[in-house]
Design a protein around this ligand. Structure first.
Ligand SMILES: CC(C)(COP(=O)(O)OP(=O)(O)OC[C@H]1O[C@@H](n2cnc3c(N)ncnc32)[C@H](O)[C@@H]1OP(=O)(O)O)[C@@H](O)C(=O)NCCC(=O)NCCS
Length: 200
């Protein structure tokens, strides 16, 4: 059995998180000079930790991904979502993003993301829809801009009617679309733990 946790990141995590973002972006096979040009977009600093919501995903004691959500005036934006390449495609991205959105985004809000084109279908799978495109680097490369109204999904999640006084303990649904028990909306620290068997 091993333990999955989603925990607010701290300054000691910065080097690890910045290594993960670069390795994860390289997963799509982009040339090194594009990766170098994107360096600032792939880097988080102390400021990100102070101003925005940054959560790391740990498998036992190993950090295997992270996510950053920013609060804008009338919506929330996913500005980082990275899973280490060796763990891509095993359900961790969905787990991390759902846990982070649950911690940060109040029901009724919109969440927006400028997605990597290769990740567009991942976000679609999670209920996001594309409503625009923005040009990125290099010229002629466009990123889908996607959004999701959180209320729609949260309404389907049973924990809203079934508040658990233990608060921070959450259990992933068997179909991995949400959590069966409530989390602590709006609190600065969310710890989501789930025991999984060796087959993952
Ligand atoms: C995008 C990313 C975060 C997704 O995380 P992940 O752990 O690989 O995705 P999951 O395994 O949780 O997938 C969840 C669902 O989305 C689907 N999915 C995931 N990535 C997909 C993709 N690139 N294209 C189509 N479907 C995808 C999965 O099949 C799964 O569907 P299912 O529930 O029917 O089985 C991860 O692939 C990653 O870090 N990629 C590199 C960096 C990146 O592009 N980050 C996003 C920046 S906007």
């Amino acid at each position: 059995m091993f333990k999955i946790q989603v925990i607010k990141a701290g300054h000691r995590d910065l080097n690890t998180l910045n290594r993960i973002s670069v390795a994860s972006k390289k997963h799509w096979g982009y040339p090194d000079h594009w990766i170098a040009r994107w360096h600032d977009d792939l880097t988080i600093t102390e400021n990100n930790l102070l101003i925005h919501h940054v959560y790391k995903l740990r498998l036992d004691r190993i950090t295997i991904g992270f996510c950053e959500i920013r609060k804008e005036i009338d919506y929330y934006e996913i500005t980082h979502l990275w899973i280490s390449p060796e763990f891509i495609g095993q359900g961790y991205g969905q787990y991390l993003l759902n846990a982070a959105m649950q911690a940060v985004v109040p029901p009724g809000s919109y969440v927006v993301v400028e997605s990597d084109p290769n990740a567009e279908n991942f976000y679609r799978r999670l209920g996001f829809t594309t409503f625009d495109y923005v040009e990125s680097y290099p010229k002629g490369r466009f990123l889908p801009v996607m959004k999701k109204n959180i209320l729609g999904d949260l309404e389907k999640w049973p924990f809203l009617e079934n508040k658990n006084p233990q608060g921070s303990k959450v259990i992933l649904n068997p179909n991995k679309t949400g959590f069966e028990l409530p989390s602590n909306f709006g609190l600065p620290l969310l710890t989501c733990s789930e025991e999984r068997g060796p087959e993952g």
